[in-house]
Ligand binder design. Structure first.
Ligand code: HEM
Length: 124
């Protein structure tokens, strides 16, 4: 179970990178945002995060109690990230040329909230 936990945790970090990486790289761009990558990262975070919780509940770790308040807040933020990434992705698909500034709030919301979730994961 330990190796499974480690593999899923690596996936959790890759999903994190897929959201934060494009955000840091394209934060000052005016369009052409990498929504497909961010959306993939958002889905990865939801799936790997929930599997991590499941593994911990099965007693895979010896840390004792799970912090369900923290998990609930992280899950809520991850769902919001998924929704804004999906909206940005769908709107971008409809816009010839990859979309412009009108998609910036979706892109920044996804990246900014991912940074919030990192801080929550580490400090709470
Ligand atoms: C954008 C969304 C997310 C980001 C950026 C994120 C970030 C992180 C980070 C940086 C860690 C490592 C913390 C540490 O080891 O000290 C972590 C661990 C963890 N995350 Fe997330 N997370 C996200 C979404 C979620 C979701 C949706 C869930 C579950 C509902 C979740 C559940 C967990 C769990 C259970 C761990 C502990 C893993 C372990 O060490 O066993 N995460 N997350």
């Amino acid at each position: 179970m330990d190796i499974l936990h480690s593999v899923i945790l690596v996936g959790h970090f890759i999903g994190l990178a897929a959201i934060v990486g494009p955000f840091l790289m394209q934060a000052r761009w005016k369009g052409q945002f990498a929504f497909p990558v961010v959306l993939g990262g958002a889905i990865t975070q939801l799936v790997t995060g929930l599997v991590l919780v499941g593994l911990a509940e099965m007693g895979g770790d010896d840390d004792g109690d799970l912090n369900y308040a923290k998990i609930g807040v992280k899950l809520t933020i991850a769902v919001v990230i998924f929704v804004v990434a999906l909206l940005g992705f769908l709107k971008q698909r409809k816009t010839p040329g990859g979309g412009g500034r009108e998609l910036l709030p979706f892109f920044h919301a996804a990246g900014g909230l991912a940074l919030v979730n990192i801080a929550l994961a580490v400090f709470w």
